[in-house]
Design a protein around this ligand. Structure first.
Ligand code: GTP
Ligand code: MG
Length: 221
């Protein structure tokens, strides 16, 4: 039986303008990146089965800070500010993009990247850059084609195959799946991938062992 984390227990930890404001001793993290409005926050809410864990919006640029959520001690999910939005002042844009770049390049806790792209507009330049960057850094990538409910089955499948084929040309650990926060499509697959990444990096103490430990502690008192 495959071990799984209980994603429903995920809770908000902190919103940070840059990595200096993030804890460093918090364990490993998997980040959700993508163009603004791609559906990152919605995906996080769906995956954790919580309506408003991450703030979602029709207005692009809603998530302006690095938001950290803890699934379990040592296992975190990160909602990143979106990139590629047009209608915000240039200064603000620069600030967000700088904090995003810095997070991706310098954050040592990062073990995997989920790149979300609207299935109707996949693989824009910045998405490609993001994927190339992750592969160059040796990070595994899960690409999610979001809002898959917006396409009929045939078109959905065709886009999925096309994106897979394009990304096969890159020599890296990249998987591509269709996803819908609205319909719950792809949720199990994403859970499996997140579990795999987390379990590769984190050793969990057996609950029985934890009991033993706490008994020993109280014996000492
Ligand atoms: P930023 O925080 O601006 O970077 O955006 P985001 O990537 O977090 O997007 P968000 O989750 O806020 O979703 C943007 C819009 O897309 C919202 O209006 C959502 O309701 C909608 N949306 C997200 N996921 C889905 C989906 O699976 N299906 C459909 N039909 N709409 C979705
Ligand atoms: Mg968001």
């Amino acid at each position: 039986m495959q071990q799984t984390l209980n994603y429903r227990k995920t809770r908000f930890i902190i919103s940070a303008p840059d990595i200096r404001h993030l804890p460093t001793d918090s364990g490993v993290e998997i980040a959700f990146a993508g163009r603004s409005n791609a559906g990152k926050s919605s995906a996080l809410n769906r995956l954790t089965d919580q309506k408003s864990l991450a703030r979602t919006s029709k207005t692009p640029g809603r998530t302006q800070l690095i938001n950290m959520f803890q699934v379990e001690e040592g296992c975190n999910l990160i909602d990143l500010p979106g990139y590629g939005f047009a209608q915000v002042p240039l200064e603000m844009k620069k600030k967000w993009q700088a904090s995003l770049g810095e997070y991706l390049q310098k954050r040592e806790n990062l073990i995997g990247l989920v790149v979300l792209m609207d299935i109707r507009h996949p693989l824009k330049d910045l998405d490609r850059q993001m994927i190339d960057w992750a592969v160059d850094s040796g990070l595994p990538v899960l690409v999610l084609l979001t809002k898959a409910d917006k396409l009929k089955q045939g078109a959905r499948k065709a886009t999925l195959l096309k994106v897979r084929k394009t990304l096969e040309e890159i020599d890296g650990d990249i998987k591509v799946e269709a996803f819908s926060s609205l319909k719950g499509l792809g949720v199990d697959t994403v859970h499996r991938q997140l579990n795999n990444w987390f379990f590769e990096h984190v050793e969990f103490v057996d609950e029985d062992d934890m009991d033993v430990e706490s008994h020993q502690l109280s014996d000492d008192e």
